[in-house]
Design a protein around this ligand. Sequence first.
Ligand code: SAM
Length: 306
Amino acid sequence: MSEPKETRRQAGQAAPADVQPTIARREVTNRILKAFHLRADKSLGQNFLVEESVVARIAAAAELTPADKVLEIGPGIGTLTQALARTGAQVTSVELDQRLLPVLAETVGCYANVRIVHGDILKTDIPALLGGDSFKVAANLPYYITTPIIMHLLEQGLPLERLVVMVQKEVAERMTAAPGSRAYGAISVAMQYYTEPRLAFAVKAGSFLPAPKVDSAVLVCRRHTAPPVAVPDEKVFFRVVAAAFSVRRKMLTNSLRHMGGLSGDQVKEWLAAAGIDGTRRAETLSLEEFAALARAFGPIGAAREP
Ligand code: SAM
């Protein structure tokens, strides 16, 4: 993919009035797809929303004002883009599928506060795109890359205030799971380290065109202003989490040996220093306990340096 290309109204060019029909309706979406001889591309996760109330709830959950900047990932034919535009916020929408650019020019080209960018969100320089200002994200995500997109947004330390995303319901359940539950895993820890995630509402497959084979849900995540636990080195923290969950059903005394080939005695010493019972399994550990392990690993890790 080449550099992202933008389509934007020229300065001084008057914006036509908002005479567009609401796109988030089955008949309007069908009409647009037909007019442009388009079929949804499954390989790009294209499932267009056709339920107006769902689109309205996503836009409302983003809590946008005209002072906000909002990044949308995958505008498709402009369904959610239109609802975001109508809040008055500055909308930047990044779409990978070139076929959709002429459609978007037609459906949301009339909104002066919308900028469509052609590109792959995973290769997009977001600070360059948004000028380093704080922003929110609202999107009906392509499910085949849900976790890479969310992690791409969170791990960079961007000034991201709020993330409102449609994801597979099972993914939303994993991201919001509490310690001790079956769904709790490394992705729950990562999401809860960076944000306060909440499964806001479930969405039926019939709300999309075509209908996906999985259930969906909208996840609302408020970014923590400061990390909820004290971690001297985030890389070590996430290495500990990955090692602990690498063999999920095993006790920590075993799974933590995956932290760079520690001996059994070293792992026992480490667990004792962190005050954690080695017979426990990763899925029972709170964020604070993972942080305690990461802190206690410091001296052990340093002692192992050549
Ligand atoms: N926002 C529209 C809606 O709600 O109806 C479409 C959502 S559809 C689930 C996901 C969109 O993401 C598609 O338009 C797809 O082409 C786009 N997409 C897929 N991979 C992408 C990527 N790597 N970067 C940007 N957009 C992508």
